[in-house]
Design a protein around this ligand. Structure first.
Ligand code: IPM
Ligand code: MG
Length: 382
């Protein structure tokens, strides 16, 4: 037992040193990309696993269509990034093999299809690794249900909490396991700032700070405190504390849910509650997710790689809507707001207002590429 305890103490020391250094680096590193000033924006497209290559190919086609002139003029380059597959990642024993990471870092922005995340073992999730490597600290997930007056924006902290050391916990065999949750001052302030800035720019009056600070006293306690500190710079916005458990209930409470506007929350709570919110909107397949950092940004579908669809030979019926939403968010982020709005409008028509095709995930529905054609045709007719 002694030897396990000694090893764990040693490991904890290493982790603590690393995390302190990470916090310091955050304070120092402030390299912000201004997409308007770039001569050329390189968009990297990662195909991922399962239905990933199918839905990302459709997004690539959509981007070629929407950015035809910019691509021809050399202002935009679409670059396919190979190798972010579970097979290649296992072969290299790395969440993102070095050469793949180098390809990713040579782009300005990434559109990423779902990648398989293994349960247990030590291979880290590619999402988590990419968020960390590119320092994509804000996970922004909008959810809208106009008929019910729901217009939510979730600002999920994306680089810390339970995730940052999620693959580096401690195990005393046959006895116990320990995982770590990390909240830093800079890490919290920057996500809080992002949420309040968004609220201000979009005329929102309320930000809900969602934690479990009554139980996670250190990490969530500091998260809440720092959010309130940032809130002082935004006197026109009300900052309210909520606990994650009751907020989860509130989202399904039709009497109160429409009053919420912007949410800021630590990583794991944000992960869980945004799936719930997406389900209220119509399912995880309907939501896109933006992972924003100062230098890089990555946009992705909110759902997984659906290996079952591939096993059952239904891959071509995969629903690309979530990737299209991610594409819309990406276009807006890199300065093509008008094109993004057009895409958003067409997506609405194709999925809600007068859908000519329905995607069911099976042979009784449209295929992924039929739906892509339909969307592009709708955009042309706008
Ligand atoms: C998400 C996903 C990821 C997460 C998984 C795939 C690692 O659920 O983007 O919400 O937990 O963050
Ligand atoms: Mg999730």
């Amino acid at each position: 037992m002694e030897k396990y305890i000694d090893a764990a103490v040693e490991q904890f020391k290493t982790l603590l040193t690393e995390q302190i250094a990470r916090e310091k680096k955050m304070e120092e590193d402030k390299c912000v990309t201004d997409y308007e000033k770039l001569d050329k924006i390189i968009i990297g497209i990662c195909g991922g696993d399962g239905i990933g290559p199918i839905i990302s190919a459709e997004s690539e086609r959509l981007l070629e269509f929407l950015l035809k002139d910019e691509i021809a003029a050399g202002k935009i380059e679409l670059r396919t990034i190979e190798g972010l597959t579970i097979e290649n990642r296992i072969a290299h024993g790395k969440a993102i093999p070095d050469d793949v990471l180098a390809q990713i870092k040579a782009c300005n922005v990434i559109l990423k299809a779902p990648t398989t995340t293994l349960k247990g073992g030590t291979l880290e999730s590619a999402n988590v690794a990419m968020r960390r490597e590119l320092d994509l600290f804000a996970n922004v997930r909008p959810v809208c249900v106009p008929d019910e007056n729901i217009d939510w924006a979730f600002f999920r902290e994306n680089t810390e909490g339970e995730y940052v050391l999620g693959s580096r916990g401690v195990e005393i065999p046959d006895t116990l396991c320990f995982d770590f949750k990390v909240t830093t001052k800079e890490g919290t302030k920057r996500i809080a700032r992002a949420a309040f800035e968004y609220a201000r720019k979009n005329g929102k009056t309320n930000v809900a700070i969602v934690t479990k600070a009554n139980i996670m006293k250190k990490t969530d306690g500091m998260f809440s405190e720092l959010c309130h500190e940032v809130a002082k710079d935004y006197p026109e916005i009300t900052a309210e504390d909520w606990y994650i458990d009751i907020m989860t209930a509130n989202l399904v409470n039709e009497r109160v849910r429409s009053k919420f506007q912007v949410f800021v929350l630590p990583n794991l709570y944000g992960d869980i509650i945004t799936d719930e919110a997406a389900q209220i909107q119509g399912g995880v397949g309907t939501a896109g997710s933006a992972n924003i950092g100062d230098k890089y940004a990555m946009f992705e579908a909110i759902h997984g790689s659906a290996p079952r669809m591939i096993e059952e030979g239904r891959g071509k019926y995969a629903n690309p809507t979530s990737m299209f939403k991610a594409t819309e968010m990406m276009l807006s982020h890199i300065g093509f707001k008008e094109k993004a709005d057009k895409l958003g409008k067409a997506l609405k028509i194709c999925t809600e207002e007068q859908p000519k095709y329905k995607i069911t995930g099976r042979a009784d529905g449209a295929t992924c590429s039929e739906f892509g054609d339909y969307l592009m045709e709708t955009i042309s007719n706008l």
